[in-house]
Design a binder for this molecule. Structure first.
Ligand SMILES: C[S@@+](CC[C@H](N)C(=O)[O-])C[C@H]1O[C@@H](n2cnc3c(N)ncnc32)[C@H](O)[C@@H]1O
Length: 574
């Protein structure tokens, strides 16, 4: 163990009370009780950062497959300097995702009664600053007399602030809130925070081979001060994996320079120790794709993406994944809890009239009923019985931006209402229709849930009949916008618009609706292709159509939205 010595003035003061010193710093935990086996299929030097293909695996009978132990080196430094050293040494620290560079291990804090005995000069300044700060925030510092109960203290603050006219309860509540408890309960006993362990990772200091009680700290202070120990609070700064098992002489000059610089400044005289540590990463540390990469046979594509609808994740597994589908689903669930509660797999392409997905629940709770929040609106959906696609949220917003308060919208294929209900919030009135009775039931429920039932009228009929009746109705308000979101078939419904005004007098005031229709195209020029289909469906020679590419639904297959004003010749056709 290589060591930089403490300045002698500090050492004499700190370690003069020898009988207690062995309790200041408990024995580091043993790691040798585990026999460790090296686990690596990929050359370790080729992988940088944490990986399940690196480190050691515990050769325990009951150990899981995903615990990995890494040898690392750490710098033990006084706690008051750990943050400034962290920023100066950042490039040389471990910097692994979700692992803090500064770590606490058991025994890094000195018990208060012992501090009084040994006169810890490292905390004097700190304490004063802390007290000042506490007085400013809480009105009293540690040791300033009887602790005032929270209620009385808040009352006192309220009176003080009131008299100066500054009371603002939000701030008052904040500054007079009881301090967070530093203790947390674990199992039967109490465990102090900062023991280097969580359900994600654990840091343990490794005891040197052959070290006994007397030799434990021989490295800390150099040969002159063997047998003595830290008396102030300390922290570990985890160094980059390159420096594992290295001594201070082998560290880069940059690290030595920072430590030397601290040593030279009288105010920040630095004592530090090079410590060997074990960093254990548990199953909870690893990301979904890392775990699946280990679980699935070599060469198999790791499913890395899934779509979510509320609390449901739906996968689109390939045939090669089928034998592992439950395993994959379990990992997806584990790694995405609590947001995801159900994992299902899409078992067939959508080809039914109601556009519902065929889903097989693989893990979690078996209900496919969920709630989606989109732009502040709530939508209840049952994925087994109705259509929903969260990927269209942006498109729905784009479409809504075309509407104004004066519009009356007619949604021919409304589903559970993502367009119709969002439109109802903005426009004058909405007529919404769907053929699927389940979708209509949820549509009604969602209108009520979003308190918009007075702005929507709901229908459950075939789209063609709906267009006929709504435009023929004497009672219906003049429709200004029509939405037709049934990309596979909507064009086939366009002929229903031919002659919708045939019984109206052309000399009377009438409103020609603007139609927004969705469709797919697989050809080179999808806009031209879709325009042609619309023109043919309306039996119209030429009229202006605005095209928008919504998204690629498959390689080379575009979903498009065409918007156009219904030509007068079509509306009045005989
Ligand atoms: C692609 S979904 C769109 C739903 C909704 N606009 C959305 O964005 O979620 C098409 C909807 O049209 C409905 N549908 C299918 N055929 C229909 C028809 N002939 N008449 C009316 N609705 C129909 C389906 O039940 C489905 O809810």
């Amino acid at each position: 163990m290589a060591v930089y010595p403490l300045p002698s003035s500090i050492i004499l003061n700190k370690f003069s009370f020898h009988p207690f010193t062995s309790r200041f710093f408990p024995k580091p935990l043993f790691y040798r009780r585990f026999s460790t086996t090296s686990f690596s299929t990929v050359p370790q030097h080729l992988i940088y950062g944490p990986s399940l293909h690196k480190g050691h695996k515990i050769a325990h009978q009951n150990s899981d497959n995903f615990t990995r132990i890494f040898d690392i080196t750490a710098l033990r430094v006084p706690s008051k300097l750990c943050f400034s050293l962290e920023s100066k040494l950042r490039g040389h620290l471990l910097n692994w995702p979700r692992i803090r560079n500064i770590v606490r291990v058991p025994g890094d804090d000195v018990e208060d009664e012992l501090k009084d005995f040994i006169g810890d000069d490292s905390r004097d300044d700190d304490d004063e600053t802390l007290k000042l700060l506490e007085r400013r925030i809480y009105g009293r510092g540690e040791g300033d007399g009887e602790k005032m109960c929270e209620v009385l203290y808040r009352d006192k603050l309220a009176r003080t602030f009131n008299s100066t006219g500054y009371v603002k309860f939000e701030n008052l509540a904040k500054i007079s809130r009881p301090k967070k408890k530093k203790w947390k309960r674990e199992g039967n006993g109490r465990e102090r925070r900062g023991n280097g362990r969580s359900d994600v990772s654990m840091v343990e200091v490794v005891e040197e081979e052959g070290s006994g009680d007397d030799e434990d700290f021989s490295g800390l202070l150099g040969d002159d001060f063997s047998g003595r120990k830290w008396s102030g609070s300390t922290r570990l700064l985890l160094l980059d994996e390159r420096y594992a098992n290295k001594g201070i002489e082998e560290m880069p000059e940059a690290i030595k320079a920072v430590l030397k610089e601290h040593n030279e400044e009288e105010s920040t005289r630095l004592c530090f120790e090079i410590v060997r540590c074990k960093l254990t990463l548990f199953y909870n540390y690893w990301q979904m794709n890392e775990v699946l990469d280990v679980l699935l046979p070599q060469g198999m594509i790791v499913p890395s993406a899934f779509e979510t609808v509320g609390h449901i994740a739906h996968l689109n597994l390939r045939e090669e994944h089928f034998p592992y589908k439950k395993l994959i689903a379990k990992v997806v669930l584990d790694k995405n809890k609590p947001k995801i509660q159900t994992v299902a797999n899409k078992i067939d392409v959508i080809h039914n009239d109601y556009r519902t997905m065929q889903l097989e629940v693989l893990a979690g709770n078996h209900s496919l009923v969920t709630t989606v929040v989109e732009n502040g609106l709530y939508f209840d959906v049952d994925l087994a019985a109705v259509y929903w696609n969260s990927r269209l949220a942006t498109e729905r917003q784009r479409l809504l931006s075309c509407f104004t308060y004066n519009d009356v919208v007619c949604d021919v294929f409304a589903g559970v209402g993502p367009i119709a209900i969002s439109a109802a919030k903005k426009v004058n009135y909405v007529y919404a229709n769907d053929l699927n009775p389940n979708a209509v039931e949820y549509l009604e429920r969602n209108c009520v849930r979003n308190k918009l039932e007075r702005k929507i009228e709901i229908f459950n009929m075939d789209g063609r009949r709906f267009i006929d009746s709504i435009f023929a109705s004497e009672k219906a308000r003049p429709i200004t916008q029509v939405v037709m979101n049934l990309p596979n078939d909507a064009v086939g419904f366009l002929d229903s618009f031919r002659g919708i005004f045939r019984n109206k007098h052309t000399d009377k005031q009438f409103t020609l609706p603007r139609i927004h229709i969705y469709g797919f195209s697989k050809v080179q020029d999808p806009e031209f292709d879709f325009h042609e289909k619309i023109r043919i469906a309306l039996s119209e020679v030429a009229f202006e159509v605005q095209m928008h590419r919504v998204r690629l639904v498959a390689p080379g297959k575009w979903m498009l939205c065409a918007s156009f004003d219904l030509p007068e010749t079509v509306a009045f056709a005989k």
